[in-house]
Design a protein around this ligand. Sequence first.
Ligand code: FAD
Length: 463
Amino acid sequence: MCNPLIFQDILSRNQILSDPTEVAPYAQDWARDFTGNASAVLLPKSTEEVQSIVLRARQEAIALIPSGGRTGLCGGATATNKEAILSLEKMNTILSIEPTEQTVQCQAGVVTQQLHDALAEHKLSFPVSLASQGSSQIGGNVSTNAGGIHVLKYGTTRQWVLGLTIVTGEGKILHTGKKLYKDQTGYDLRALFIGAEGTLGIITELTLAVTTLPQHYTRVLCATDTLSDLLSTLRAARSKIPDLSAFEFFSEDALSLVLTHHAHKRPFPKSYPYYGLIELEKETATALEELEPVLTPLLENGTMKDAVVSQSMLQAQELLELRELVGETLSTHYQPHKNDLSVPVSQIEEFIDEANNYFQEEFPAFHPIYFGHLGDGNIHLNIPKPSKLEANEFFKLAHKADKGIFEILTRRGGSISAEHGIGLLKKDYLHYSRTEEELAYMRAIKAVFDPDNILNPGKIFDV
Ligand SMILES: Cc1cc2nc3c(=O)[nH]c(=O)nc-3n(C[C@H](O)[C@H](O)[C@H](O)COP(=O)(O)OP(=O)(O)OC[C@H]3O[C@@H](n4cnc5c(N)ncnc54)[C@H](O)[C@@H]3O)c2cc1C
């Protein structure tokens, strides 16, 4: 429990929220499995203010929850125990953009879309694209090592982080990494904070590498009767199109939910069990030269049942929305239990077959929905709450079901979290993906940077 008055000499009145109705929206992220319960929200404006908050929190044994856009899907930014939320939203300044060296410096609370828009003015891009980027923050993206749809071509957020300013849980200001592409000078401390979900330090400023903004996108939506046929399409596209920028997928179940709640038109005259979304950063005419040798044989031999190629940027955007609206539609209308899994591409078909059999036999009331980043093996498995079950009962059952799914996944060489992280949602299952030795080193690292366990306690693992 935090008494907000103890921060009164550090922050001004409008930087501390304690009215429960103002605090409530900050207490929870998009993972609906947990109920938010925070005592105050702190809104620092500078690294120095963050440092003073952390030092005071250490002194008074107050737990702090670092909070970005709260679009995280594993309870990482959720307070469940009357902790104080430390929101970065007032630290939202882009400090510099260097077109020649292709770098940007900004505060951690810059909204991802805000950064995309500012870079676009210089024909530059931070190539991490998420459906949540209108709300997520750069500090949150780095703290979750966000992936998104362009990992095939550009990798995850990690690849773009050059330097970080961090206030550690110890209360020290740490500058690690510089505006340099090359700097081999001992341990890479910066790497420890990427994907650390706010458990080691609070990221306050960043230097990112950026790249040239693509001027065109061509997207193909294709339909298949089986997952096996969709995977054959992926293999053909990857072998014949070297700079493929995305290969996404969704099932008919996912598409029909989107079409129920949005004005988008069904893309083909009839429905098919699976859809793939292929993207090239090229104009349609140039893209077609590369696409035809892939699409034509697959359409002729029946592997692919239908395909539509975007003829304009607007059409390309509409096709992408069919995929991007799946997650949001589920979260907004169906109270889902979400799973973000990583599976070796060669094992995806077997994994989904086994998962379906498992649900049918053990949890027949569950109706799994599959979508995600097929090209890099990132499968989103969502189970909407069946209308007959109460939310509490449903989430309890869904967590029980996870165990069997993670056992199948482990046998298939996968990971329990591809890009959303562990947070509260998956900490009981971390041993499926990490060894005892790894967990022991992680706890030792936590003790170095956050000796009193005041930063995001209980997230990823218990100390
Ligand atoms: C519709 C939708 C689509 C999504 N699509 C994708 C996707 O394609 N790929 C993907 O990777 N994710 C996706 N996500 C998940 C989410 O958007 C990402 O994880 C995002 O990077 C979280 O950023 P945020 O600012 O919202 O972080 P938050 O949710 O606020 O926080 C996430 C974690 O980081 C910590 N944190 C936040 N800011 C800081 C900071 N400055 N310093 C230290 N710790 C901090 C928090 O404590 C928490 O543990 C999606 C989410 C939604 C709702």
